[in-house]
Design a protein around this ligand. Structure first.
Ligand code: PLP
Length: 222
């Protein structure tokens, strides 16, 4: 497996060189992460709390660990001391728990709100109405240990590029719309996490600031 070469190839295709590459290392052994680290990667994404907690102490301490998957409330406490960014915050209840655990860990945890953009209905996330209601409710500003940095979305798993583009472009429009609203002090619209191995170029064309790429770097997961 040629992780370094894969990374180089992917970087060469980037439409936006400033877009952050988060290397999604779920299910992969620490040797693979070390190889990506040596090729210059510092941002790694995992989707399981247990795996994140296992890998973190075994790898260099300057790695920024991204929690990219669905996060259960009762597991927030395990990653609160060190997680760099939680991408998939899909409820106010979860945000409250992150706030509580961040306070215990004496820090602020950066988060992205996951927006449901896929036309298929199996994915987690807020819809636009829920997001606007949450902002208008004034409840976000009570969460002093949480910093919302932007939005995250996953497109439908399909070959239909027009559909993927439509979903990403819808998320970008929402992102831009939120930017124009009076947001609480702990909410900014700076980061837009969208794009994976199969659709990161479309995502970059539609305004992504971070892509989460796994199999194109590390190979297919078993
Ligand atoms: C697994 C995963 C990715 C990466 O998927 P690839 O297709 O392997 O690039 C990105 N985002 C999330 C939320 C994931 O769970």
């Amino acid at each position: 497996m040629a992780i370094k070469e894969n990374l180089q190839e992917i970087k060469n295709t980037f439409i936006n060189p400033d877009c952050l590459l988060v290397a999604v290392s779920k299910t992969k052994p620490k040797e693979d992460l070390q190889e990506a680290y040596e090729a210059g990667i510092r941002d790694f994404g995992e989707n399981k709390v247990q795996e994140l907690v296992d890998k973190q102490p075994q790898l260099p301490s300057d790695i920024r660990w991204h929690m990219i998957g669905h996060l259960q409330r009762n597991k927030v406490k395990y990653i609160a001391p060190f997680v760099h960014l939680i991408h998939g915050v899909d409820s106010f209840k979860l945000l409250k728990e992150i706030n509580k655990q961040a306070k215990k860990a004496e820090r602020t945890i950066p988060c992205l709100l996951q927006v449901h953009i896929a036309e298929e209905d199996s994915k987690f996330g807020f819809d636009e109405t829920e997001l606007l209601q949450l902002i208008e409710s004034g409840e976000l500003k009570t969460l002093e240990h949480v910093e919302i940095k932007g939005l995250m979305g996953m497109a439908t798993f399909t070959e239909n590029e027009e559909q993927i583009r439509r979903e990403f472009s819808g998320l970008k429009s929402l992102f831009d719309k939120l930017k124009t609203l009076p947001l609480p002090a702990n909410m900014k619209m700076e980061e837009l996490s969208m794009g994976m191995s199969g659709d990161y170029l479309i995502a970059q064309e539609e305004g992504s600031t971070m892509v989460r790429i796994g199999s194109a770097i590390f190979g297919a997961r078993g």
